[in-house]
Design a protein around this ligand. Structure first.
Ligand code: EPU
Length: 484
């Protein structure tokens, strides 16, 4: 059978395609699609992962050991840093998650050579941006991953121009990139906005003074990369202090940059004319680690989370102590042993070293099982409570009032069909399902695949009852426009 879909989007966008409508099987197999058998026995091609669900049965305590992967939010800027040099960058401890594949596609679309190896290759990626031909981040990629905007600074710095789609709205809030743009202007770039794209150009960026109006993680990273190749010195104030920012500065310095102060709110950068290749190991994912810490506390388990940095999780561990959860740490592991009842404690998200917004949803799942009322305040994003309504469907008592969620516990949770809305919301629902009575079916798990490496396998290895299933599609499948 010969199949050629009319466009990649026709299949990788939203729908399924029946084999008879496709004209070139060899081409189709290069796309992220899978052949699925429907209830009536006929087969259709569907976008890989889009249709997967988790089936979770609650009640088991998490026991044993879980190993944490590399930090997605450190790996993404590190991969973007490869743009700054024509030499090879070797990054280790890269997590096997969908956002990393998206970033690889982005770099490849610009002309980079990217090898991404997992398993025996020790989660390593080797990137060469020797010949970059197309300094552009297209809407198709930026809309699926906002961190694509991290290429803006490096592209202008190395190539003198960049065309990056504006990200638009997002499930957790507006998330503009005005501070990235303002910062680049401070470094001498000319910015135009047209047709939904930012076009930035500069012969050579020059050092400047950037005082961020608001703390921004990827903004700090983007401009730190741009300033590394600028002429002269840059002073950046009110910078993000996240460990991921520090990890990027360590990598850039290995490449020959001159950056001081990363991890504090003031960063000084002496621009250099050229950066070289380097080898770097990405830090462990503190949010993945924290997710397992909460899961263990909630299920009353005895779990050791290894390959993590407990110092990056101080705010979470302190809050959990207030909730009555005992943890013991070594240099690179956290043991959570919890046989006690959980106590309610108020929590407000803050920039690092405060309580991370990326742990707010998971904390809310815990709060549903704590005795008393917890007030959770979200200070970073304006719309990050999408999980609350799904938790309510499982039996939680949560009232959202603006940026506050009032959680009254403890209410028993029962399994239900629920939907993931974003990455961390998904994690919260997985955690809640682990203590719910009966079975939870979690839909749209492609959100969780963006940032958690095989979470179901890790949890199953620690006594969790969770499995991934592909959706049985309805009998009549809609054919996407352009395929027939
Ligand atoms: N903001 C602006 N203008 C800007 C940039 C940010 O107003 O130009 C605002 C945002 O709207 C938000 C606040 O500043 O209200 C903080 O946003 P920030 O820029 O720090 O977020 P980010 O860099 O886009 C990173 C992480 C997020 C994490 C936030 C906050 C990466 C790739 N993403 O996003 O991670 O929630 O910092 O810590 O590092 C996740 O992993 O699930 C995730 C969303």
């Amino acid at each position: 059978m010969k199949i050629i879909p009319k466009s990649r989007e026709a299949i990788s966008g939203t729908g399924a395609v029946t084999p008879s409508l496709v004209k070139n099987v060899t081409e189709l197999k290069k796309l992220p699609v899978r052949l699925k058998v429907q209830f009536d026995g006929s087969a259709v091609y569907v976008p890989e992962n889009l249709m997967d669900k988790f089936v979770i049965r609650g009640g088991n305590p998490l026991l044993g050991t879980i190993r944490v992967s590399g930090a997605k939010n450190a790996a993404l800027p590190a991969m973007a840093a490869a743009i700054l040099t024509d030499e090879t960058l070797v990054l280790e401890n890269i997590p096997d998650v969908r956002d990393i594949q998206t970033e690889r596609n982005l770099l490849v679309s610009m002309g980079a050579e990217v090898e991404l190896g997992y398993g025996r290759a020790h989660h390593r990626t080797t990137i060469s941006c020797r010949s970059l031909v197309n300094p552009e981040a297209a809407y198709e990629l930026v809309k699926t991953m906002r961190a694509s905007t991290l290429v803006l600074g490096p592209l202008v710095a190395r190539m003198g121009r960049a065309r990056v789609s504006l990200p638009g709205g997002c499930a957790i809030g507006a998330r503009p990139i005005d501070l990235h743009i303002k910062g680049l202007e401070q470094l001498g770039a000319t910015i135009r906005q047209e047709h939904g794209y930012i076009e930035a150009s500069a012969d050579r960026l020059r050092g400047g003074h950037i005082a961020f109006d608001k703390i921004t993680v990827t903004g700090t990273e983007d401009l730190m990369m741009a300033a590394a190749l600028a002429q002269g010195e840059t002073l950046m104030e009110n910078c993000a202090r996240e460990p991921e920012v520090v990890d990027l500065a360590v990598l850039l310095n290995k490449m020959g940059a001159k950056i001081e102060g990363a991890g504090t709110s003031t960063i000084r950068i002496k621009g250099v004319s050229k950066l070289g290749g380097a080898r770097h190991r990405i830090i462990p994912d503190r949010i993945e680690a924290g997710t397992f810490v909460i899961a263990a506390a909630l299920t009353g388990g005895d779990l050791t989370i290894t390959n993590c940095d407990p110092l990056h999780l101080n705010a979470l561990l302190q809050k959990l102590e207030e909730c009555g959860v005992t943890t013991t740490t070594t240099g690179d592991s956290i043991r959570v042993k919890n046989g006690h009842r959980l106590k309610a404690a108020d929590m407000s998200t803050e920039e690092y070293p405060g309580f991370p917004t990326d742990m707010q949803a998971q904390y809310m799942a815990l709060a549903t099982q704590a005795e008393g009322t917890s007030i959770i305040t979200e200070n970073i994003f304006e719309n990050r409570f999408m999980h609350a309504q799904e938790l309510v469907r499982m039996g939680a008592n949560i009232k959202v009032e603006g940026s506050r969620a009032i959680v009254r516990g403890h209410t028993p949770l029962s399994g239900a069909a629920v939907q993931c809305s974003d990455l961390r919301a998904s994690a919260s629902l997985v955690i809640a399902a682990l203590v719910a009575e009966g079975e939870t079916i979690l839909d749209r798990v492609y959100h969780i695949d963006r940032g958690y490496e095989r979470i179901e396998e890790k949890l199953r290895g620690a006594n969790g009852q969770i499995r991934r299933i592909g959706e049985m599609l309805p009998k009549r499948t809609q054919v996407p426009a352009g395929v027939a």
